[in-house]
Design a protein around this ligand. Structure first.
Ligand SMILES: C[S@@+](CC[C@H](N)C(=O)[O-])C[C@H]1O[C@@H](n2cnc3c(N)ncnc32)[C@H](O)[C@@H]1O
Length: 331
């Protein structure tokens, strides 16, 4: 089983960070080894030291495998990590385990006291809105929940908007790099996780979000209310038609990994000298360096020279394929 290793002097801070992203597996006890403490985890978070260890189960907490009626050889097909959005747990059920999905869902419901609904993914994110389907397997009949992340609350409907709880560390990383003097644009803002985390942690001059999906935009507007925030400007529309009437920005965040670079020439028209662009893309592990040349060329053709200040892999999308953020400075 995997765990995050922390030095004792740092353990409280790391534990708090892991709790914020619902990463600690509360069914097991943390392990103390010398000057380290190791927290049992449900998924591998970005940017932490992860080790393989045996953890002792907390007494009175049933172990998942004890509640399952699945033939032994199929047990190893169970996914080792599940995503949580608020009180909903999202499972990825492999085809061989489909006949046992209700049993699996009920077992998860029983051992995770903070979870009230279990769903499974029915397809992958697709289309312009990057949404996906889910099917309710157990618990309360809802696809909507309030998710807490980095001290903001987000109402998320699993089928109406794109949202990944696993990107919370990355959002916080970007938010912490925003200066109070910046005017920030979040292209493709979805239910507003980037605008709100930036608002909470950076308090910049202004934050603007543009989102094409009307349902995601509606959730974003509701999320501003939920956080008592009235100083983020949100637009519902295509960035191609909304952005031309807006000013220039000090930072443009482009979280649309499949096609972000198509929007780079438009983004550059709204950049000043020194504007930072945080651009997300999916890349094969061998292609990280080449991508810099490709992005530089796109910008050069649009009449701009750029510099790269950082390149951050922030999650695995498929075997060997990573979500990578390029932090770009426009010259
Ligand atoms: C990968 S999601 C990211 C959403 C959000 N930023 C987040 O991190 O949860 C990309 C979003 O871009 C939106 N989108 C796609 N094309 C767009 C366009 N041309 N103009 C505005 N939004 C667009 C989609 O509807 C989707 O919500």
């Amino acid at each position: 089983m995997k765990g995050v290793q922390a030095q004792l002097c740092n353990a409280q801070k790391i534990k708090q960070e892991l709790i914020e992203i619902n990463c600690i597996d509360q069914k097991y006890k943390p392990l103390k080894e010398g000057s380290y403490i190791i927290f049992p985890i449900q998924f591998v978070p970005e940017g932490y030291s992860v080790v393989e260890k045996e953890f002792e189960a907390k007494t009175n907490t049933p172990i998942l495998s004890n509640l399952l009626n699945i033939p032994e050889p199929l047990l190893k097909k169970l996914p080792s990590s599940q995503e949580r959005v608020g009180s909903i747990m999202i499972l990825e059920i492999p085809e061989e385990l489909e006949p046992y999905e209700t049993n699996i869902a009920n077992a998860h419901l029983k051992i995770n006291k903070d979870i009230t609904t279990i769903v499974k993914k029915t397809d992958v994110h697709h289309g312009v809105f990057r949404t996906r389907g889910v099917k309710i397997l157990a618990g309360i009949n809802t696809k909507c929940s309030i998710h807490k992340e980095s001290s903001v609350r987000l109402k998320i409907h699993l089928e109406q908007t794109y949202f990944s709880a696993r990107l919370s560390n990355e959002r916080l990383r970007v938010a912490k790099s925003v200066k109070s003097t910046e005017n920030v644009l979040v292209m493709f803002s979805g239910a507003a996780p980037y605008p709100l985390v930036i608002w909470k942690h950076a308090k910049p001059q202004s934050i603007t979000g543009i989102e094409i999906n009307p349902k995601a935009h509606e959730l974003a507007v509701e999320n501003l209310r939920l956080n008592k925030c009235d100083d983020i400007q949100l637009y519902n529309g295509d960035v191609r038609s909304v952005l031309p009437s807006l000013k220039k920005f000090d930072r443009i965040i482009m979280p649309l990994p499949k096609t972000s670079e198509e929007f780079l020439p438009l983004a550059l028209q709204h950049c000043k000298q020194g504007t930072v662009i945080n651009l997300y893309t999916f890349l094969h592990v061998d292609g990280f360096e080449n991508e810099k040349k490709r992005l530089s060329l796109i910008c050069e053709r649009a009449g701009h020279t750029i510099m790269f200040s950082n390149m951050v892999p922030c999650g695995q999308h498929a075997p060997y394929i990573y979500r990578v953020c390029y932090d770009i400075i426009v010259q």
